[in-house]
Ligand binder design. Structure first.
Ligand code: ADP
Ligand code: MG
Length: 273
């Protein structure tokens, strides 16, 4: 009986929907002599609530891969689906959080007001539901989630680089997107701060159940954080390998002492020797 029921169900119900699906994606910039092919033949499915990192040499198209999902660039060939719908046919405002290497904070607004800013704009445009009180409360919760209790009234200049990047994480979470696109978010931080933020990010990811697409040139960081690491080739970026990282979670500093971790990092490194 059970088997029959399963078989009769709509395939769409059985298959988990991918958060993001790249199908045959290539991206070319410019034309004629000025042509740059940034990406070629990208086929990649990212599961809902998965943590996937993209690594590859500088200029191989990592940022382009994220920017396409964010709708900043259109693929030259192929298509990208977001939760099963072609991204060119749907409005993704409010669905995507983007975090860059340099926090984009306004000097003249407090931490709290910076976190609220995207929600303010989206509310004005009618892109998101709820009201300002809801987002004010959410801002407070997020500031606490990233360990910035008591800094709500501070200004960005009063914070360290690591603290500023925590504020950008709050900013991207305030309107509750389902996916976070992170483009070398900790690339400008010192090693110790970066390690600390990596562990915090995993905790935030676990608690908020987001899908994360994370670009880094730090191979150790990619292994430590991810469920899978996607290795791109030199430009034009093609997928060379997708490495499953089956390290136990939750992960912490001890994870980095395990043989399994070192083997996985080595598996990724071999593409860059
Ligand atoms: P990565 O993030 O891996 O360093 P990018 O995705 O930023 O690489 O860029 C890939 C290639 O595409 C680079 O050669 C870059 O110069 C080119 N490129 C990226 N964005 C543009 C653009 N808007 N116009 C023209 N060329 C671009
Ligand atoms: Mg880049």
């Amino acid at each position: 009986m059970e088997t029959n029921q399963n078989r009769s169900r709509d395939p769409a119900e059985r298959e988990p929907t991918h958060a993001v699906s790249y199908e045959g994606v290539s991206k070319q910039f410019g034309d004629g002599d000025e042509t740059v092919v940034a990406l070629e033949d990208i086929d990649l499915d990212i599961n809902s609530q998965e943590f996937v990192s993209i690594v590859g040499p500088s200029g191989c198209g990592k940022s382009t891969l994220l920017n396409i999902v964010a709708g900043l660039h259109e693929p030259t060939t192929g298509s990208v689906e977001f939760a099963g719908t072609d991204i060119t046919e749907t409005d993704l405002t409010g669905e995507i959080g983007f975090i860059f290497q340099s926090p984009v904070l306004l000097d003249w607004r407090t931490v709290e007001k910076n976190v609220l800013l995207p929600a303010e704009i989206m509310l004005k445009n009618g892109d998101i539901g709820e009201d300002m009180d809801y987002y004010r409360e959410r801002t407070e919760e997020l500031i606490s989630l990233v360990g910035l209790d008591g800094f709500g009234d501070s200004y960005p200049r009063e914070l360290s680089g690591g603290m500023q990047q925590r504020v950008s994480i709050c900013q991207s979470l305030v309107y509750n997107p389902s996916i976070l696109l992170m483009d070398e978010p900790f690339g400008a931080l010192d090693a110790l701060t970066k390690d600390k933020l990596n562990i915090e990010l995993l905790d935030i990811w676990r608690r908020t159940e987001k899908t994360i697409l994370f670009v880094t040139h730090d191979l150790d960081e990619a292994v430590f954080l991810s469920d899978r690491v996607v290795v791109l080739s030199e430009r034009p970026g093609r997928i060379q390998d997708v490495i499953d990282v089956d390290l136990e979670r939750p992960r912490n500093e001890e994870t980095k002492q395990t043989e399994q971790y070192h083997e996985l990092v080595n598996d990724v490194y071999q593409y860059f020797r």
